[in-house]
Design a protein around this ligand. Sequence first.
Ligand code: PGA
Length: 248
Amino acid sequence: MSRKPFIAGNWKMNMTAESGAKLINELKPLVKDADCDVALCVPAILIPAMVKAAEDSNIKIGAENVHWAASGAFTGEISADMLKEYGVEYVIIGHSERRQYFGETDETVNKRLHTALNSGLKPIVCVGETLAEREAGETEKVLTRQLSEGLKGVEDIKKVVIAYEPVWAIGTGKTATNEQAQETIAFIRKKIGELFCPKCAEKVIIQYGGSMNAANCKGLMAQPDIDGGLIGGASLKLDFATIVNFDK
Ligand code: PGA
């Protein structure tokens, strides 16, 4: 079953309009022959400038979050229409930093996910266990909860990208081994098969995220169930192009 690889960056709260546009302009010629889909998810205020910088290239721009309501009294939040107006294609939902620091739950993940799907944004839903959960042997239990609650009610699961990001690997330089990542992502695919249908699960793009970089991307991408990466730190530099060209 062939799935088109998808490499996405997550800038988090980094870059400015100036440094971001400079990086995108440098990346454009380096990633233009990529065989995979390429996106950079950027801070909301940078979106208009980054969409402009990425014009006439294969780099799509994504957001890092979206609110579930269409509009209203939600100070500081951004709606799907606002994102779409500027040409945003992807949106990260439920990143572990949102869960850890900003009170995101499986329920709010699910609400944001439905809004994204209804408005035609392509969601990248993040799941992953903490170190304590892995050490307690609870990885599968945690992932099962995040998937069954977070993806509840989705009609076409193929429209959802999943990013498996073990929390202990994010920003720590401690990547999951190829085997750990493969094993856990295979479990996620199996679970999606049970929750939705096995055939659809074969078509769902599942990324690995957590200290993925220019040096370890080839080994991770060679795993049969790993279809891409969600790249934090390494998406802030030209290393991102090396990851995008993992197969060259
Ligand atoms: P990292 O971040 O690559 O810096 O570990 C990944 C992520 O949080 O999406």
